[in-house]
Design a protein around this ligand. Structure first.
Ligand code: IMP
Ligand code: MG
Length: 456
């Protein structure tokens, strides 16, 4: 598939390429892993937090959440928000909120993600979080004695976090790696090609060293042709980086001895080897690079891309797993969309006609104009019916609850807006870069502003 370009990026000028690991270099069977995460966090809510629910009453629905949704913690709702912060689709638990009710609650509210009331679900790892929250809200509605919605949201987040940190999820992956991880020989191909072109490669992951070893040895090492081990590819490997803190603060680096996994403090410049923690500013300085010499690829719009773009001058690339499905659906629903666009243009010209008639009302035969206006009104109504039927058909090609990831109605979604603002390029999988030489000059399409559209 293609690489999509928001900002000019000349790969010839990129000296170093940093990679996130999970969901960037390494792909997961998302539905299976998120089901595991859902069930593990649910067990913890029952055993640690004493939630009075039966695990068999809650089910992970992989479609219930898409990347970019927002949890309204106070109200127990899941929201899809436009780039203007307006709520476009909402669910209370798993129950859709009708348009009238949604308007009542959210019409005068802009969803501001910096407010503590909101939690955004930005990565594939957060799908289970949203789905579990929604199911628990349903349980509470059915009478289960659960805390208020805000507390449920905080508890779910805490238990998901714990499941990631206490080894529950990582041990399950270790014990059954084929079930959860997708090995892709093209990743090794890409990395070796980039190296051949003289790019200096880095890994910067929030995973710990032993998990990084496990996944990279499973997905990269067996497919290498010019190297014997994944570690040979990378000049510096940073584990437990604590992104976004890695990009923001001056944490110290620890050095990891690869055989024993033992750690020690480092005082020398970071120029090679395996580390834990640390910070981007020092790494850049020690590698004697300028910010815009480095391209960083990650899947977390906030942790990997937004923070980095706001604090350092590194170039950014986002890997967005749902993109391939979204593009396939856009392709197959193309004709419906063209028909909608055509009807919208017709509607627009009918509305213009209506306004002209309205102006003419005072100077012409009132009754005659009125009857013409009624005729136009009824044609518009007819067009509206056709459009809404087509919109329903169009929805069937996308997620049944939320529609597209990147659009919220006719506007871009909040998520798409962030991608556009902060990711220089974006793609569905890191291996999409194989379709381009490492010398490519990535150029965006010219964006057309509303006043630049010339109607004939
Ligand atoms: P990265 O994408 O390579 O930076 O690493 C992601 C790491 O963060 C993986 O080890 C995940 O298990 C872990 N992770 C994902 N979500 C959470 C969370 O909510 N809490 C703690 N760790 C997480
Ligand atoms: Mg990641």
């Amino acid at each position: 598939m293609s690489v999509y370009v928001n900002r000019i990026l000349n790969m010839k000028k990129i000296k170093a390429i940093g990679f996130d690991m999970d969901y960037t270099l390494v792909r997961y069977h998302t539905d299976k892993f998120e089901k595991l995460s859902f069930n593990t966090a649910l067990e913890k809510l029952i055993s640690i937090k004493g939630y009075p629910v039966r695990s068999e009453d809650l089910h992970f629905d992989p479609q219930m959440v898409i990347q970019g949704l927002v949890i309204d913690k106070k109200r127990g709702n899941l929201l899809k928000v436009s780039r203007f912060g307006k709520v476009k689709i909402s669910y209370h638990g798993t129950t859709p909120i009708d348009f009238g009710q949604q308007q009542k609650v959210y019409r005068n509210r802009m969803v501001d993600l910096s407010h503590e009331n909101y939690q955004s679900l930005d990565t594939c790892f957060s799908l289970s979080n949203g789905a579990l929250f929604a199911q628990l809200v349903e349980q509470k509605k059915k009478g289960a004695e659960l805390p208020d919605f805000e507390q449920i949201a905080d508890d779910v987040r805490e238990m998901i976090d714990l499941a990631h940190r206490d080894g529950s999820l990582k041990n399950a992956v270790r014990n059954n790696i084929e079930e959860y991880i997708i090995p892709d020989p093209n990743v090794a191909r890409l990395l070796e090609r980039l190296k051949r072109y003289g790019k200096r490669l880095l890994v910067i992951t929030n995973s710990d060293y032993s998990y990084t070893e496990l996944l990279m040895n499973y997905t990269v090492t067996p497919y290498l042709k010019e190297h014997s081990n994944w570690k040979e590819l990378f000049e510096v490997i940073i584990t437990l980086a604590k992104k976004p803190v890695f990009f923001l603060e001056k944490q110290d680096f620890l050095e990891i001895e690869p055989k024993s996994g033992m750690m020690k403090n480092v005082h020398a410049p970071i120029t090679e080897g395996i580390h834990q923690g640390g910070n981007a500013q020092q790494l850049q300085k020690d590698l004697q690079l300028k910010g815009d010499d480095i391209l960083y690829l990650g899947d977390h719009i906030y942790g990997d891309v937004v923070t980095l773009k706001k604090t350092l001058n590194w170039r950014t690339a986002l890997v967005l797993e749902p993109l391939s499905q979204e593009i396939a659906s856009i392709q197959s629903s193309k004709e419906i969309l063209q028909e909608i666009d055509k009807l919208m243009l017709e509607k627009e010209s009918l509305e213009t006609k209506l306004n002209t008639l309205d102006i003419e009302k005072s100077s012409k035969n009132k009754n005659e104009v009125k009857s013409q206006m009624n005729e136009v009104f009824s044609t518009i109504e007819n067009t509206n019916t056709q459009i809404s039927k087509l919109l329903d058909d169009h929805k069937n090609y996308f997620n049944p609850y939320w529609g597209e990831v990147m659009r919220a109605g006719s506007e871009e979604s909040r998520f798409a807006d962030q991608v556009e603002k902060y990711a220089c390029i974006y793609m569905s999988q890191v291996t999409d870069l194989l379709n381009y030489s490492p010398k490519t000059y990535f150029r965006p399409h010219k964006r057309i502003l509303p006043h630049e559209i010339i109607n004939n």
